[in-house]
Design a binder for this molecule. Structure first.
Ligand SMILES: *Cc1c(COP(=O)(O)O)cnc(C)c1O
Length: 480
C-alpha cells in the first residue's frame, strides 16, 4: 500500500482551473514570438480546494519545534517566541525597499545598530556585520578578512588554519573555499585540544585557528586562554565558531578569551525559525583592528543620520543588499525581551536541561561526556551495535515512532554510533522526563527482543529510504 502523498501532478485534472484574475482592463500587448514557448508548460491543473488540501496534508506530515521535542544536537532547535515574528512583520520593516533613500529608512538602521550593540556586548567584540546569510557564510567572511589582513602585512605565506577534529564540518570546508590549508588537530581523550599537540603543528605559515566552543562534543575547551595566547604569539589570528552560543551567552565572552573574530548563528542561539533551509543569519563580529575588512556596506552615523559606508579595504559585498535583516530583527526582539538578566538565565537553563537529560539517560545509555556537559551531550551506541546490532540509526528510527524528532546522528565523527542530544532551554522538566522514559523503554524493548531494532519506524509515512541515493541523486522533477 502506498503511504506517501500523491503529488499535485498526480491530482491534476485536465482543464480544472482556479480562477482569480478578473478580465484584463488594459490594452493587451502581444509577446514577441521568439519569447514564446512552443508547447504549453506541463503544470498541474487543480481547483483551489485541491491545492489547499494538498498543502495542509503536507503540513500535517512535517515536524517542527511547535509539534514536539526536537533535540537536534548542534542545531539549537528552541522555541521561537511569536513576538519576534510580530516585530519583523511591522510594515516599517517588512515593506521597505532596499533601494529606498537612506533618510526614509532610519528606523531599520537604528534597529540594526541596536542589534550590533547588543551582540557586540554579548560576544565581547567591537563591531558586528549582519551581511552573511548563514553560519558557513559568516565563517567564509571571517577567513576572507584574515586573508586580507595578512595580505596587507605582506604575510601571504600565512595560509594554514588549525582545526580540531571536534570541529563542525563547515570549518574545514570554509578553509578550502578560501584557498587556505587545513591543519587537522587530534583531540585528547577528554575531547579537548591538546596544548602540546597544538604547539607541534605551528610553523611560520600559520594563519590562525578556528575553534568551536563549546566544541561539538558539548565540552568547554579547558585551556582556551593558553590556546589563544599560543596562536597570537605565533602571529596567527583566533576565530571563534559561535554558532552555538547557547551555553555561554551572557556568562562568558569570546572577545575576553582572546578571539579576534566570531560568527553567530542568529538562527540558532537567538531563536528564529530554521531547519528546512533558511533564511538565516551568520552575523560576524570582530575586534577593532579588523573592522576595515568587514563586508560592506556598513552602517555609520553622520551627524544625526545613519547611512551606509564601505571601506576600500573591505572584503566586499557578500549578498545582494544587506543580509537577511528581518532575521536580525527577530534576534534583536529575542535579546530585548530576555534582557540582561534573561540571556544568562537562558544559557544556564540550556546547560541544566542537557545535564538533567544526560543524567536520566545514563541509566541505560553510554554517554561520551563523563563530566558535566554544556548545552548538548553525546550518546554512543557502539556497545549495543556490536552486541545486539542495535545501532544509533535504529534508535533514531524508533524515536521517530514516538512522535518526536531524533537527535543528530553519526556526528561528531570522532564518536562511534553517536547520537547528539541538545534539548535547549525551552523544554520543561516534564518533557525531559517523558523523553527519557521513552528512550529507556525503547532501549529495554530492543534489548529484550533484538529483532525489533530493524523494524522501526512503523508509524511514519516513509520508513527507511536509501539515504545515500536520496542525498546524492535526488529526483526533484516530475516527469510525465
Ligand atoms: C550550524 C553550525 C554551523 C553552520 O551554520 P549554517 O547556518 O548551517 O551554515 C557552523 N558551526 C557550527 C558549530 C554549527 O553548529
Amino acid at each position: 500500500m502506498r503511504k506517501t502523498l500523491p503529488l499535485l501532478f498526480e491530482k491534476s485534472v485536465e482543464n480544472r482551473r482556479t480562477h482569480y484574475l478578473s478580465k484584463c482592463d488594459v490594452e493587451e500587448l502581444e509577446i514577441p514570438k521568439n519569447f514564446k514557448r512552443k508547447v504549453a508548460p506541463k503544470l498541474p491543473e487543480l481547483s483551489e480546494t485541491d491545492i489547499t488540501r494538498h498543502y495542509t496534508a503536507l503540513e500535517a506530515n512535517t515536524f517542527g519545534i511547535n509539534d514536539g521535542f526536537y533535540p537536534l544536537g548542534s542545531c539549537t532547535m528552541k522555541y521561537n517566541p511569536k513576538i519576534n515574528d510580530k516585530i519583523a512583520s511591522l510594515p516599517g520593516f517588512a515593506e521597505i525597499h532596499p533601494l529606498q533613500p537612506e533618510n526614509t529608512v532610519q528606523g531599520i538602521f537604528e534597529a540594526l545598530e541596536e542589534a550590533n550593540k547588543s551582540l557586540s556586548e554579548i560576544t565581547g567584540m567591537d563591531i558586528m556585520s549582519f551581511q552573511p546569510a548563514a553560519g558557513a557564510h559568516g565563517e567564509l567572511a571571517s577567513l576572507m578578512m584574515f586573508k586580507k589582513y595578512f595580505e596587507d602585512r605582506g604575510e601571504t605565506n600565512r595560509i594554514k588554519i588549525i582545526i580540531p577534529d571536534s570541529a563542525h564540518g563547515t570549518n574545514p570546508a570554509t578553509v578550502h573555499m578560501c584557498g587556505m590549508k587545513v591543519i587537522n588537530l587530534k583531540s585528547n581523550e577528554k575531547g579537548c585540544i591538546d596544548v602540546e599537540e597544538l604547539k607541534s603543528v605551528i610553523d611560520k605559515d600559520l594563519a590562525g585557528i578556528m575553534l568551536t566552543n563549546p566544541n561539538t562534543l558539548g565540552i568547554f575547551e579547558e585551556d582556551i586562554l593558553e590556546i589563544t595566547k599560543i596562536i597570537h604569539d605565533a602571529g596567527g589570528l583566533c576565530y571563534y565558531d559561535g554558532a552555538n552560543l547557547n551555553a555561554i551567552a551572557g556568562i562568558l565572552r569570546p572577545g575576553d578569551m582572546g578571539f579576534d573574530c566570531i560568527h553567530l548563528n542568529l538562527h540558532k542561539t537567538f531563536s528564529t525559525p530554521h531547519g528546512g533551509g533558511g533564511p538565516g543569519s551568520g552575523a560576524i563580529g570582530c575586534k577593532e583592528f579588523l573592522r576595515k575588512y568587514l563586508p560592506g556596506p556598513q552602517i555609520e552615523k553622520e551627524k544625526d543620520l545613519y547611512k551606509f559606508n564601505s571601506y576600500t579595504e573591505s572584503i566586499g559585498q557578500l549578498v545582494a543588499f544587506y543580509g537577511n535583516t528581518l532575521i536580525t530583527l527577530r534576534a534583536l526582539a529575542f535579546i530585548m525581551s530576555y534582557g540582561k538578566e534573561g540571556i544568562p538565565k537562558m544559557s544556564k537553563h540550556a546547560v541544566l536541561n542537557a545535564n538533567y537529560l544526560k543524567q536520566r539517560l545514563s541509566e541505560r545509555f553510554d554517554i561520551f561526556n563523563k563530566n558535566l556537559c554544556m548545552h548538548e551531550f553525546i550518546i554512543t551506541m557502539e556497545k549495543e551495535a556490536k552486541n545486539n546490532n542495535f545501532t544509533a540509526k535504529d534508535m533514531a528510527k524508533a524515536i521517530l515512532d514516538e512522535g518526536m524528532m531524533a537527535p543528530t546522528m553519526y556526528f561528531p565523527l570522532i564518536v562511534k554510533e553517536a547520537l547528539m542530544v541538545e534539548p535547549t532551554e525551552t523544554e520543561g522538566k516534564e518533557t525531559l522526563d517523558f523523553v527519557a522514559d521513552k528512550y529507556i523503554k525503547i532501549y529495554d524493548d530492543v534489548v529484550a527482543n533484538p529483532e525489533l531494532a530493524k523494524q522501526f519506524p512503523k508509524n511514519t509515512i516513509i520508513s527507511r529510504p536509501d539515504e545515500v541515493t536520496a542525498a546524492r541523486s535526488p529526483i526533484v522533477k516530475y516527469m510525465r
